[in-house]
Structure formats: C-alpha cells, structure tokens
Design a protein around this ligand. Structure first.
Ligand code: NDP
Length: 419
C-alpha cells in the first residue's frame, strides 16, 4: 500500500482526499499538508473512523522550496499530489526532484506575480512566436522532462477533468474509435444553479483570470486568437438542455495539438449564463480583476485577491447547487476509410456529489480524476520516466476507474456537431 503527500486542502483536494480514502487498498496512508493547517485537521477529523486509510496533517508553505523538501523528507511519500494552486507547480516539482519522488497536479503552471521580469520576458517572446496570450502554457513544466527522465521519476500534469479526463477521452477515441481524428471540440457545460447572483465554482482568482482572457483555438498547425467571449454557440446538452457556450483558450489544446497526430482543429467551449458574464464584465471594467497591487489606505492590496475574499468560498456552494454538469469531447475523423463522428461525455449531478462527498460537481469532477491519476501512478498502470499529460498514457485503465468512482462516461455516435 502506498503513502501519498497531498498538498492543498481546498474544494478539489477535499474531494480527492475523500476519494483516496474510498480506495484505501491503494492509498494506505495520506498526509494532508496545506498553508492553513486547520482545514486539513477539520477534514481529517471528519474522516476519522470512516476509512482504513491512515491520515495525518501538516502545515506547509508550498512556495517555500526548503520547507517542502524537509516535509517530503520527513513524510517519505511514494507520490506528491499537488492540489494547491498552479502558482506552486514549479516549486513542488523542484522539491520532488530534490527528494526523488513522483509528482502530479491538476493545472499547469502560471505565475502569481505577473510583473516578474524573468517570467514576463519569456511570456512576451511566446506570445509573439506562438500567437496566444494566455498567462499559462506547458513550456515551463515541459522543461523538466529531461530532469525527471534522468532521475527515473514521473510527473503527471493536469489530472483533473479539463485538463485531464478530456485528454483521456481523446486518447480513447484515438485508440478505439478513429484511425485519424481531424477535429476535437471540448465542451464544458455547467447547468448548476447555486442561487447567488455571482460566484465561481473553483478558486475565483484562477477562474476569473482564465475566463476574462482572450479565447484561442488551434487550426491548421497554428493558434488563432480572438477577443474574450467573441465566439458564441448554443448546444443541447444531455441531462442539462440548451445552453450558450463561449470559445475559451484552454491548456489541454496545447498538449493535444502535439500528441494527437494529424488533428486539424481543436476548440474549447464553456457555458456561461448572461448574469455571470454581466457581473464579470462590470468587475473587469472597474478594475477588480486586476492582479497588480494597488495602495489602499497605506496598505498594498491586489484587487482580484480582495474580490476573492468577498465572493462565496467555492467549497461552500455544495449544499446550494442544483442541476448537472456535462463535460466531454466531440470528434470528427476517419475510421476504416469512412468519415465518422463521436461524442464521449460524462453527466454529473451536483446534489448527488454533495450527498457523497459534501461538495458540488465542479470540485467533484476535478477531485475524482486527481485520485485516479494518482492511482494510475501508484499501481504502475501508468509508468514512464519524464513529464507527461494524460493523453500520453493508455486510456483504458483510467476510463475503467472513471466508471468505478462516480464519473461514468458514454459514447454517442452521430452527435450534433458545433458549427
Ligand atoms: P482552492 O482555492 O479551493 O484550494 C487551494 C488550496 O491550496 C487551499 O487549501 C490553499 O490553502 C492551498 N494553498 C494555496 N497556496 C498555498 C501555498 N503557498 N502553500 C500551501 N498551500 C497552499 O482551489 P481549488 O480546490 O478550487 O483548486 C485546486 C486546483 O485545482 C487549482 O490548481 C485549480 O486550478 C485546479 N482545478 C483544475 C480543474 C481541472 O479540471 N483540471 C478544474 C478546477 C480546478 P488556504 O486554505 O490557506 O488558502
């Protein structure tokens, strides 16, 4: 049985931890470590007596390399699961390399401080050369490939739903359904209603940075960038109904463009209601989404961090959220010389998630795949040295685990396509 160190104890981590505890034949021991130790202690107390997994807790600032190294050396885990924020990805990868431990996360690196000159110089070069301006990209973590290979270690990047499961769906389509995949449309629909005028379903800072940015998609070997929310479509989602959705940039497009050979176009759409968009535009217009510090009454504050303090904690949305999510991928391509289409998706019910793990479906659909990604590494089903995204492994054991752990998927032939 394995021992894992889980860093972070927010909405997503809480689900992943509960799911690890339901798979105690693999996760024999867990150490939960986060910035606010009381959250780890509260969760550990709730789980006490309900699982065979042994749980302990620790406090760590995951921005502090030395603190991470001494914690990892003390815990001696088989794997470090980074379910804190993307800001900590590189520091935790460095610490894993230093201690000789496998690594995984749920989102790719982006810097907290956008004024950092080293990051900024490289970012500006990438915007110019590649043509997309998202604050995150895989290059920072792909740079660790050789180091992980040489150390004989695995780093699994982005094992959430999107990124994560969506890439496993692509690998499954490539393995079983198509000889050549020509187009991929990733559709992320949240039909849930939490009753608040405005709230985000996961960390507000990360979420608002993502959705207020320009959209982009991959077509004919290059990025096409568009103004934020300027491509809108409607889709009739199984389990949810008709929703407006908007084209966004999303991190898995970058790795899929590299790993799905012959793909001509990859797009990502997310549903938003008009009220969400109006609130977001207003907050953006008054400067509340800014990540640059300002002086307020003699004290430096970062507007988006102040906004986060005002908004409902995503972890508190669980009991209030009703409705379903539907996330999946629509493929077009060729099989045995014939053109074909297919849609692989999962429908997840917010209230069912709450009954099972006291959390809404967004944290659930991310936390379950985080546990599954860890399980793939710990059981040796996914075993390669280096840095990888989810589509680079055999999808079959991961797809089986989705069915067993609350995220059943289905394949629809001849789905409606997105225009
Ligand atoms: P939360 O804000 O709810 O939780 C983040 C956790 O990380 C908190 O426990 C926080 O501690 C802890 N943390 C933050 N900074 C540090 C630090 N320096 N040192 C130690 N701990 C720290 O976020 P979510 O649970 O919503 O999101 C977690 C991750 O999942 C994010 O990276 C997010 O981008 C990703 N995600 C991925 C998705 C996917 O489909 N792939 C979808 C949704 C989210 P504290 O309590 O002190 O704040």
């Amino acid at each position: 049985m394995a021992k894992v160190l889980i860093i972070g104890c927010g909405g997503v981590a809480s689900v992943a931890i509960r799911k690890c505890c339901m798979n105690s034949d693999v996760f024999g021991e867990i150490v939960i470590a986060s910035r606010t130790k009381s959250k780890c202690d509260d969760l550990a107390a709730k789980l006490k007596g309900k699982t065979a997994t042994k749980i302990s807790t620790a406090e760590v600032d995951a921005d502090d390399f030395d603190a991470l190294v001494s914690l990892i050396r003390e815990v001696k885990p088989d794997l470090v699961m980074n379910i804190a924020l993307p800001y900590q990805d590189l520091t935790i990868m460095d610490a894993c390399l230093e201690c000789g431990v496998d690594y995984m996360d749920t989102a790719n690196y982006e810097p907290e401080n956008l004024d950092d000159p080293v990051w900024k110089a490289r970012y500006e070069k990438r915007c110019k050369e590649q043509g997309f301006t998202a604050l995150f990209d895989y290059s920072w973590q792909w740079d660790y490939k050789e180091k992980f290979e040489k150390a004989g270690l695995t780093a699994l990047l982005g094992s959430g739903f999107d990124p994560g499961v969506t890439q496993v769906f692509c690998a499954y389509a490539q393995k079983h359904l198509f000889d050549t995949i020509e187009t991929i449309d990733i559709l992320d629909c949240n039909g849930g209603d939490h009753g608040y005028p405005f709230a985000t379903n996961f960390n507000p800072e990360i979420n608002l940075r993502e959705v207020s940015a320009p959209g982009s998609y991959w077509e004919d070997g290059k990025w096409v960038e568009i103004p934020p929310m300027s491509i809108k479509r409607q889709y009739d989602f199984d389990g949810v109904g008709v929703k407006d959705m908007y084209l966004l940039h999303h991190e898995e497009i970058e790795s899929l463009a590299k790993n799905i050979k012959g793909v001509k176009r990859i797009r990502f759409f997310m549903t938003f209601g008009q009220s969400y968009l109006t609130h977001m535009k207003c907050l953006e217009n008054v400067g509340m989404l800014s990540t640059s510090p300002i002086m307020y009454e003699g004290r430096e504050i970062v507007p988006i961090q102040f906004l986060k303090a005002l908004l409902p904690d995503p972890a508190s949305l669980g009991p209030r959220t009703k409705g379903k999510t539907n996330i999946g991928c629509i493929f077009t391509g060729v099989k045995d010389g014939k053109r074909k289409t297919a849609y692989i998706y999962n429908v997840c019910d917010h209230q069912e998630c709450y009954k099972e793990v006291e959390s809404q479906a967004i944290s659930y659909t991310t936390g379950v795949p985080a546990m599954i990604g860890a399980k793939m590494l710990l059981t040796g089903k996914w075993d390669r040295d280096g840095v990888f995204t989810c589509e680079e492994f055999d999808p079959d054991p991961y797809m089986d685990e989705l069915n067993k752990n609350g995220l059943p998927w289905q394949v629809e032939e001849h789905p409606d396509l997105v225009e």
